[in-house]
Design a protein around this ligand. Structure first.
Ligand SMILES: [Fe+2]
Length: 278
């Protein structure tokens, strides 16, 4: 498998190193035989929209899955940072569920705004998709925690640029745990390192915690950036371009470009200080 980027996250006191892959924005559009002609046409249209170099998004995704299965040693998990299906539909969700449940590797998945239906189908409540995706999102799409022992991977649905009272409360609690956190989001945190570029390409609606954000989104952003938050790294998507930059001194935020463009980030989480300067 060819990795677009290879990054190292250093955490203290690990008994071994861990490896993860980070993908986002696969934008799969899938229709089943039982779907209406209109649904099939829409899936075909969206497939054309995101097709790059004559490779359909669904083919880019399935070849990623099969390549990942051949890796030795296997990664500890794959981070999926949202928009991995292109719009709210039962067929898209069932396809994703069937594909992920066949894999021997663990997939850690947060919703994007496309899974939630704010795009194309204009479903106003992002949580409407939760029952469809619960099985592949730790049965808790809004906020989940995967415990790796020495550290936690925490997934938060920020796909409508808001953070609910419940999510904020859970984030406060999990940062009190004391163990380092790898945070998986769809929409990246607004930082001095990414703000200007995102404003030029998209505008403030592509960042969490920008000046026009809700109070809770700003509180969440402050909590994550705080020195005592234990969030060691952030992994996100949504932008359709890759970004690597600090969200706090010495702590990095990594944003993936779309999987349909071939972007795959390889992450090593280690206590090994080899290769670092004094
Ligand atoms: Fe998105």
């Amino acid at each position: 498998m060819n990795y677009t980027e290879d990054v190292v996250v250093r955490l203290p006191g690990l008994a071994r190193s861990y490896t993860f892959l980070h993908i986002s924005d696969a934008h799969i559009a899938y229709a089943r035989d039982c779907d209406s002609d209109a649904e099939k046409e829409f899936a075909a249209k969206q497939t054309e929209r995101w097709k790059l170099h004559a490779v359909a998004p669904i083919d880019a995704f399935t070849s990623f899955l099969s390549d990942a299965e051949t890796l030795s040693p296997k990664p500890d998990a794959v981070f999926m940072a949202g928009d991995c299906t292109d719009y709210y539909s039962e067929s898209n969700a069932i396809f994703m569920q069937k594909m992920l449940q066949k894999q021997s590797i663990e997939y850690l998945y947060v919703p994007g705004n496309h899974e939630g239906g704010s795009y194309t189908s204009h479903i106003p409540d992002i949580r409407a998709c939760y029952p469809l995706y619960a099985a592949v999102m730790q049965n808790a799409p809004a906020f989940w925690v995967r415990d790796f022992g020495a550290f936690l991977v925490v997934g938060v649905d920020d796909s409508d640029r808001n953070i609910t009272d419940g999510q904020l409360c859970k984030m406060q609690r999990v940062t009190e745990d004391g163990r380092p956190i790898l945070l998986l989001l769809h929409i990246p945190l607004c930082t001095p390192a990414n703000r200007e570029q995102i404003m030029q390409v998209w505008g403030p609606s592509f960042m969490l915690g920008a000046e026009d954000s809700t109070k809770n989104a700003q509180r969440f952003s402050e909590l994550v950036k705080a020195e005592n938050s234990h969030v060691a790294a952030i992994f996100a998507g949504h932008l359709h371009f890759a970004h690597t930059g600090e969200f706090a001194p010495g702590r990095m935020q990594y944003v993936s470009a779309p999987l349909f463009s071939g972007f795959i980030r390889h992450i090593t989480v280690t206590s090994d200080m080899a290769g670092t300067e004094d």
